[in-house]
Design a protein around this ligand. Structure first.
Ligand code: MG
Length: 412
């Protein structure tokens, strides 16, 4: 079998969902998804000539070929791996279809039939779509009744629409009713900013507000629901230790990205000083990106993003190393059903899997983007993987085209 071409398309969900299609001379087409990045489809087009004429079943060798070809440009990590991750997933899809088996079989078989999904609840109910440099945009699919607040994700904090404990409580009850047994909320939301947005410092008023938000969630659903919280790398170690200690009575599932992810010393300090599991990993690349923080036990829960970390095989290596060190894996995921299901195959084949993120409950066409899978894809807080070969779904191109990003090729 030979690769004939690589095609891309970008769909505007709550993030840009970038699809890679590998087409072969035997008519098999593999589908993968990449985490968004500036210039991503341009990188994918640059990689295409390296793949044409190659046998798509040589997944590890082709990964190595792409790795070597791009390392001279300086990419020992970084957004080239967003592109490579999508390609690698598409190659697994090709091999699975060719052999007539699901991807999880190729990854060593499954530990479980149902993949536990946790719902990302953001900061209450604000519907938001972000472009590839995290600028907020008005989504074409957003309900007209929902007010759109232009807010750059890492821009100046605003107190204009502060999040309230009632918003958090309402969202927790709603998602729990959908069947999710684990929920994640943002702590770095309007109303919790410190007095200076640049110095990573929190004041007591902000800390009290954070505690009131999570307290409302715990009071509403905490008896039978695991609660995780996310800080998006914003704070200094000393202040987030104060927050974490206040949150200890809520027995959190984890505290995510409290400090910048490459600060192993700060993560280690936090992990040693608080009785809340520390999670990180969504913006780390390759096994090497995780090696030291896992070996030093600077974290408790490992959260690679399968559309960015380097692919399914890289994620397996990380998960095996984490397992040796007694740490569960809870993949970060903001993708369409294509990336979510690729991650679900990995989760099925990973013994130390904890829960997989679902970030798109606000996107009305999320389920409609793919065909060949029972809907809704997430049922009662779980995804059940069928025996369908490869990834198990194809893209519904009519739906994808309706929400395609303007100015980007659509599988052309
Ligand atoms: Mg996160």
């Amino acid at each position: 079998m030979k690769i004939l071409r690589l095609k891309t398309a970008v769909v505007e969900g709550n993030f840009d969902w970038t699809f890679v299609r590998i087409e072969t001379d035997e008519g098999i087409r593999g589908l993968g998804e990449c985490f968004f990045a500036p210039g991503l489809t341009s990188i994918l087009r640059s990689l295409e000539p390296l793949l044409i004429g190659e046998d798509p079943r040589d997944i590890h060798r082709l990964f190595r070929k792409l790795q070597l070809a791009t390392s001279g440009a300086g990419s020992i990590a970084g957004i080239v791996y967003n592109a490579i991750s999508g390609i690698e997933a598409a190659l697994w899809d090709v091999s699975g279809q060719w052999l007539g088996v699901p991807i999880y079989r190729l990854l060593g078989g499954k530990f479980r039939d149902r993949i536990r999904i946790y719902a990302d609840c953001h900061g209450g109910e604000a519907l938001e779509s972000l472009d590839e440099v995290l600028r907020s945009r008005a989504a074409s699919w957003a309900p007209k009744t929902n007010p759109y607040f232009a807010r750059d994700y890492f821009g100046e904090p605003t107190e204009e629409h502060p999040s309230s404990p009632e918003d958090y409580r309402r969202q927790a009850v709603k998602q729990r009713a959908e069947g999710y047994t684990a929920l994640k909320f943002d702590l770095d939301v309007p109303g919790t900013a410190g007095s200076d947005p640049h110095n990573r410092v929190l004041n007591n008023r902000s800390i009290d507000h954070m505690v009131s938000l999570i307290g409302a969630v715990y009071d509403a659903v905490g008896k039978d629901t695991d609660i995780a919280v996310d800080c998006h790398w914003r704070y200094n170690a000393a202040d987030i230790i104060k927050v974490a200690r206040e949150l200890e009575p809520f027995r959190l599932l984890w505290l995510e990205d409290p400090v910048p992810p490459n600060n192993t010393a700060a993560l280690k300090e936090l992990s040693a000083k608080v009785r809340v599991p520390i999670a990180t990993g969504e913006n780390l690349f390759l096994f090497e990106g995780f090696q030291e923080i896992i070996a030093q036990h600077a974290l408790s829960i490992v959260t690679p993003d399968l559309q960015k970390v380097g692919g399914l095989a890289v994620a397996q290596a990380i998960a095996q190393f984490a397992d040796v060190h007694g740490m569960p894996v809870a993949p970060h995921n903001i993708s369409s059903p294509v990336g979510t299901l690729a991650a679900a195959h990995f989760c099925a084949a990973t013994p130390n899997f904890l829960a997989l993120e679902f970030h798109a409950s606000d996107v009305p066409f999320w389920n409609d983007l793919v065909e060949g899978f029972p809907k809704p894809i997430v049922q009662n807080g779980f995804i059940s993987l069928p025996e369908t070969p490869g990834l198990g779904v194809t893209l519904n191109e009519d739906v994808a085209r309706r929400y395609a990003r303007k100015g980007e090729p659509f599988f052309e």
